[in-house]
Design a protein around this ligand. Sequence first.
Ligand code: GDG
Length: 484
Amino acid sequence: MSSMAKTADDAERERPGPPGQHSFVVVASRLPVDRIENPEGEPEWRPSPGGLVTALEPVMREAEGVWIGWSGDAGPAAGPFRANGLDLVGMGLSADLVRDYYEGFCNATLWPLYHDVIAPPQFHRRWWDAYVAVNWYFAQAAMAQAAPGATVWVHDYQLQLVPRMVRSQRSDVRIGFFNHIPFPAYEIFAQLPWRRQVVEGLLGADLLGFQRRADAGNFLRACRRATGRRTRGPAVRVTDPAGTREVRAAAFPISIDSAALEEIARREDVRKRAAEIRLALDQPATLLLGIDRLDYTKGILHRLKAYGELLNEGRLGPRVVLVQVASPSRERVEAYQALRDDVELTVSRINGDHAEVGSPPVHYLHQSYPREEMAALYLSADVMLVTPLRDGMNLVAKEYVACRYHEDGALVLSEFTGAADELAGAFLVNPHDIEGLKDAIVRAATISPGEARRRMRAMRRRVREHDVAHWAATFLDALGRTPR
Ligand code: GDG
């Protein structure tokens, strides 16, 4: 990668290459496949089906789409290839760029900053340079793939400069951007030494999608404050060499493939597995469940604190169990290593204080599971605990609801998640308020079947009608209607 030391402005002065062949281009930090080694020791691509690829697959096929992303490992670019019936372009990041761009600027600067500085963000100029360089590398790949007049959909905080970089050379394409994580209040965003460049980078798009209206509002305020631009409702007027245009910023809450997940939950083997899970836990009267990436935004420690106190006070009765899945995440970033130590210490203390031989009150699983096992866990749990301190949406909450086809179970949900705007049937909590959280857990654990049904039914309707296909279609429809 020879262009690594470029600044954003240098990058824009370069001449564009010839246009590509694809009329729909997805640009995301990660590919929808993982590189694995087969038994013969050769590399192979295995699908890593997330909601995003499921939602975009039909559009990808119809519009001869291509997906540009990184495999997740340091190493050379895989180049264009086909896997799973999709055209993919694998981007390569050197070990230095993985450290400075991915672990550094993305995960130790932007992630904590955009999640309300729950952990202190670090600002390093070398990391910013790597961010500019990698964004430019992705922008070039997007331009090389995009046919004249193509639609380019850029995803998430790792690639905020790509819209402007693409626009500067390809005013023929339509550019959408979706931010999967929150956009912080200006007082927090303003800490970023490169705040103006980030806002300008995003304003290269025609349409900017956020999870919540509050996020779109925060972005519009950042436009006014960091760039001095005027906004009118959801629109920002931008003048660039190709003329004056209006950029729209609005909420498009993401969702899950609800029907597909419910189908898994209804499978006989999955139902059997759910029963086995309860049996293995010695048929608890109440099974509480937490499923999160092991991340400091997810409020796992607050949840454990509340649970530990409830056990001390005996408010949940004797036969209660918490299963906490904390799937390994960003293990080379310092704050994540510290969090893992804290969580594991806290779990051990609770178990040390309350376990009887063979029956610990917390089952802590630092592992990743197949989707079937996840569905069985959702199906087995009486109460789902989703207590982030800040979360763009939180798909786990929606997944729990999608699996509860018996219309039972209860959801305790932090009001600081995007999902809280939609799932009014949940017990909404402020996870910092430990007493309030404890009360909500007790209420959820002792809910009457009638109330549970009423709440769950409303949430299920929402998740069924607003699934991920609806999300993608709504965004792409709005993007298609932006003025040319
Ligand atoms: C970001 C934003 C936003 C977790 N462990 C396993 C596993 N998972 C799956 C869950 C769920 C997904 O990972 C996690 O999604 P979340 O939305 O809960 O959180 P983030 O990873 O932080 O996602 C978030 C999202 O982007 C989408 O825009 O909602 O706010 O932070 O689907 O099920 N899946 C499997 N095994 C595991 O062990 N198979």
